[in-house]
Design a protein around this ligand. Structure first.
Ligand code: GLV
Ligand code: MN
Ligand code: MN
Length: 446
């Protein structure tokens, strides 16, 4: 995998000279020259937000859950209504095909509709239904393309359920063996069981792999999930690259004992050790300059009572950076610190790798096409890296990729408070519309 350090740090401002970001509106309230239907996109997004709605107003729609299944049925219905030929692959990825005029590889675009626990209404949804809106707008205008077009909804992008993020695209890239299907959730159901519930035969999992050469390119529209575009008041981000993400599950094993009678110097307190480990992760990540991040996102404490010394704590470690070797280096520092803490606390800490998603760079020609598409729509752009993971990073294994970002209000995401103004979502869909047409015209010319 390429070393991506150096290029991802610089944020380049590429403001289009052509027209102001938010130009004058026409009678329907849409910016002049807008092909997508902003109102229809908003209505569809609001309806999707009803599936798995959480009390905070966002959604909890984990990949491989009843809420996700119902939302998929809703979206597949819309895809069929839009005339797409819909199929689900053995990993649960949804594809909807629109024929092209020539015998060419497909142009693929889409995102995901599953969420994190206590998630929002925009992460994944904007790109998925933005892709649908592009298809609908092509239909409205009877646009024909040279390439067949396929809209993709990747399965279990968030990976909270079964501990594997960007799951569906990883299967499509051939990165997952069948052993992943044996992973079980807290209800005792395996990933294979869930695939069966989704109408798939786990024995055919390997067939989800997409062959090299069958996809001409992939474009994903997504909310930024950070504050860069919002603070700069730039409506469109051109993604330079996507971070690599590594997950481990760690266990601190102490000894559960009476909290009143066990002297302080005779304890093996698993929570004290895990707390020190969480701080050690933060220190190890901060020990060198750069945008790398590290998180301990939860702690499961057992037995979990006020008057018992914690005997066992499970906690995850997540590390992200655009440079895979930097992640390795930080992990080595963390392991050294964990060994020291284990000794000092008399509490062994052991970590098992759970998932590793490599960083990926977007294709420079796709970046330029997105810039041109935005400029033609009168929208200013900014180049920026993605600190969030995306299915596009796996698709990069078998096709060139590009990503379009739209602003996230206040940089809030993975939260019910996540918000992208409807106008910005429509701008993103418009740039996707124009990008697909430009790529269709440019790719596979002899
Ligand atoms: C996916 O949203 C991730 O970056 O965790
Ligand atoms: Mn997400
Ligand atoms: Mn997402």
């Amino acid at each position: 995998m390429k070393n991506l350090s150096g290029w991802g740090i610089a944020i380049v401002l590429a403001v289009c000279p052509a027209a102001p970001a938010q130009g004058p509106k026409n009678a329907q309230g849409a910016p002049p020259g807008q092909h997508v239907n902003a109102q229809r996109l908003q209505q569809t997004l609001e309806k999707l937000g009803e599936f798995g709605r959480n009390p905070e107003g966002g959604v909890t729609r984990l990949g491989f859950s009843e809420a996700d299944l119902a939302a998929r049925e809703y979206v597949m219905g819309l895809m069929r209504q839009a005339g797409l030929e819909v199929r689900v692959d053995p990993a649960g990825n949804i594809f909807g095909r629109r024929a092209g005029a020539e015998n060419l590889p497909v142009l693929l675009f889409g995102s995901h509709i599953d969420s994190v626990p206590h998630g929002g209404n925009f992460d994944g949804d904007v790109g998925s239904l933005g892709a649908l809106e592009v298809i609908r707008a092509f239909n409205d205008r009877k646009v024909t393309t040279r390439h067949p077009l396929e809209m993709a909804i990747w399965a279990n992008e968030e990976g909270h359920h079964f501990g594997k993020g960007v799951f569906g695209s990883a299967a499509a890239a051939g990165l997952l063996g069948p052993e992943v299907l044996a992973r079980r959730d807290e209800q005792g159901l395996s990933l294979g069981d869930w695939l069966r519930r989704y109408g798939q035969d786990p024995a055919r999992f390997g067939e989800a792999r997409i062959r090299l050469g069958t996809v001409a390119g992939y474009v994903e529209l997504h909310i930024e999930q950070g504050a860069v575009l919002d603070e700069a008041r730039i409506p469109i981000g051109v993604v330079e690259g996507i971070v690599g993400i590594r997950w481990w599950t760690c266990t601190a094993t102490g000894f559960a004992n009476h909290a009143g009678t066990t002297p302080m110097n005779r304890r093996q307190d698993a929570l004290a050790a895990a707390a020190r480990a969480a701080l050690a992760v933060r220190e190890a990540v901060r020990a060198e300059p750069g945008r790398q991040v590290g998180t301990v996102g939860y702690a499961k404490v057992e037995p979990g009572a006020r008057n018992i010394i914690p005997g066992r704590v499970e906690f995850p470690v997540e590390l992200r950076d655009l440079d895979a070797t930097k992640i390795e280096r930080i992990w080595a520092r963390i392991q050294k610190r964990f060994a020291e803490i284990s000794q000092e606390e008399n509490v062994p800490i052991e970590c098992a790798p759970l998932s590793a998603d490599q960083p990926a760079r977007t294709d420079p020609a796709f970046q330029q096409t997105i810039r041109e598409a935005a400029e033609a729509a009168g929208l200013a752009t900014m180049d920026l890296p993605s600190g969030a993971g995306h299915d596009a990073q796996n698709v990069a294994r078998f096709a060139p990729i590009g990503m379009i970002f739209v602003p996230s209000r206040g940089g809030i995401s993975h939260s019910p408070k996540e918000f992208t103004p409807w106008e910005d979502a429509a701008n993103g869909a418009e740039v996707l519309y124009r990008t697909v047409l430009l790529l269709d015209a440019r790719l596979n010319r002899n």
